[in-house]
Design a protein around this ligand. Structure first.
Ligand SMILES: [Zn+2]
Length: 468
């Protein structure tokens, strides 16, 4: 899978295509050859599919919401709160309405899957001829029933159900305002349109415009009642998949003070409003790698939660196959990514391969697997990928087989945790404040670089119940 070229006397060896990969690699390390990786088709993966054939809300549900808001605005406490907002005529300046927990194990987690549809024609297509987003692209959808997508869909990718289960994605207020309606108590694990009622929060801003935050988690909304004020950045609810929804995402929909639909993005094909409603308008495309993960078997992507099995693993023993997954946002058609596997002790090149994206994908994933040499090297290995000028890296541990009873632990621990095993514990963990971590091993506890207990954190290690 390698083609190589050298600038030294080792040219003969390096260009000999009959050399085994391992030999080629060893030579490369010592002869400092330049390496050109070959294309290696992925062993699985594809587009993050969102099958949309129904609107996020029916017309009837929209009438009910509008009606509830009108009634709520008549309530004394709501009226008072709205009146005491500093009344302005200027439109709000939105911040991004989603926040990802620092505990998320991914570099990035958000993708925009659908914008507002400005094409009045509807044919029931997604990314088709009857779809037109603010930027004159077609990254939106409509339905045969006459619905043109009227909000922005912000999804979490990869592993949206893992993020949902862990409450790692918060929906936050895009601007200051007063809560003028809440809808709650509805199932939040839809994979389509079987549950019609969603959970949502509606916030009126000082200029009279209203933002809708929909598909939120059941019983996971802000505890603040209708009539309470929220400030920009304040918790609104957790991202989930309530109502007519194919996966956890936020549907963010905005109306101006005349109840006219707004698209917060300014652009040549925004037929509703000329001004951007963003404090700092996000780019239309941000191609990047959201995550690199290693897995014990091919990750299973599905809906709802029980059908999505990430099989995350950062610790492998010889004989175990290492699955490496790359998870993209806005992967561009024809764009190339170079991927590398680096081995201990000095993170030298073990494998190097390229992949060219066959299409444009808002969210996509691809995986490869490797069977590492049974005699090592053992220790910390690195997976690297270059995409659009940025290098992303993920590390995992590769151990010799036969460590029966080993319980390897890696990563950053920020919450309290107890780990028990009859065998022994080998930890590469960073224990960060304010975590209190207890290791309870039958045999022994090994602390290996880059193990660290940071100031403010506590580690207790016990062997057969005896602390040391
Ligand atoms: Zn939507």
């Amino acid at each position: 899978m390698f083609t190589t070229s050298c600038n030294s006397g080792l040219l003969l060896f390096c260009t000999n295509q009959s050399l085994k990969n391992l030999v080629a690699i060893v030579l490369l390390i010592f002869c400092n050859c330049s390496i050109q990786a070959q294309q290696l088709p992925p062993m699985g993966g594809g587009e993050f599919q969102r099958n949309l054939s129904e609107p996020c809300l029916s017309d009837e549900q929209r009438y009910i919401i509008q009606d509830q808001i009108t009634q709520n605005r008549e309530r004394t406490e709501v009226k008072t709160a709205i009146e005491s907002q500093k009344n302005v005529t200027t439109i709000p300046q939105f911040i991004w309405p989603v926040k990802v927990s620092a505990e998320s194990p991914f570099f990035h987690s958000l993708i925009v899957t659908n914008y507002v549809d400005h094409d009045p024609i509807f044919t029931g297509s997604q990314f088709g001829d009857s779809n037109l987003d603010y930027n004159c692209g077609n990254r939106t959808y409509d339905t045969t029933g006459g619905y043109n997508h009227s909000g922005i869909d912000i999804s979490t990718w990869p592993f949206p159900w893992y993020m949902y289960e862990n409450d790692f994605v918060e929906v936050i207020a895009a601007a200051d305002g007063v809560i003028v309606n809440k809808q709650d108590g509805n199932a939040d694990n839809s994979c389509g349109c079987t549950n019609f009622n969603w959970n949502a929060v509606f916030v009126e801003h000082a200029d009279g415009s209203i933002a809708w935050y929909g598909h939120l988690k059941n019983n996971g909304l802000t505890a603040k009642p209708i009539g309470a004020t929220v400030t920009a950045g304040e918790f609104i609810g957790y991202m989930a998949s309530s109502g007519c929804s194919t996966d956890p995402h936020l549907h963010f929909e905005v109306y101006d003070d005349s109840n006219q639909l707004i698209d917060p993005y300014a652009g040549a094909c925004n037929n509703f409003n000329s001004q951007s409603w963003w404090q700092s308008q996000p780019d239309y495309l941000t191609p990047r790698i959201n995550a690199i993960k290693t897995h014990s078997s091919p990750p299973e992507v599905g809906c709802p939660s029980p059908n999505e099995i990430p099989h995350f693993s950062d610790c492998f023993q010889s004989g175990e196959r290492v699955f490496i997954g790359f998870y993209f946002k806005d992967q561009l058609a024809g764009s190339e990514q170079n991927m590398r596997l680096l081995m201990p002790p000095n993170q030298t090149l073990y494998a190097n391969w390229d992949f060219t994206s066959p299409n444009y994908f808002p969210g996509s994933w691809w995986y490869w697997f490797w069977d590492l040499p049974s005699n090592g090297p053992f220790g910390v290995w690195t997976v690297e990928a270059d995409y659009q000028g940025v290098t992303y890296a993920h590390q995992f541990h590769y151990e010799e087989q036969g460590y029966s009873g080993i319980l390897p632990i890696a990563g950053i621990q920020t919450t309290n945790r107890t780990v028990e095993t009859d065998g022994f514990i080998r930890s590469y963990q960073t224990v960060a404040s304010p975590a209190v971590v207890n290791y309870d091993a039958g045999e022994h506890v090994e602390l290996q670089a880059p193990f660290e207990v940071q100031s403010g954190a506590i580690l207790h290690a016990f062997i057969d119940g005896c602390g040391n």
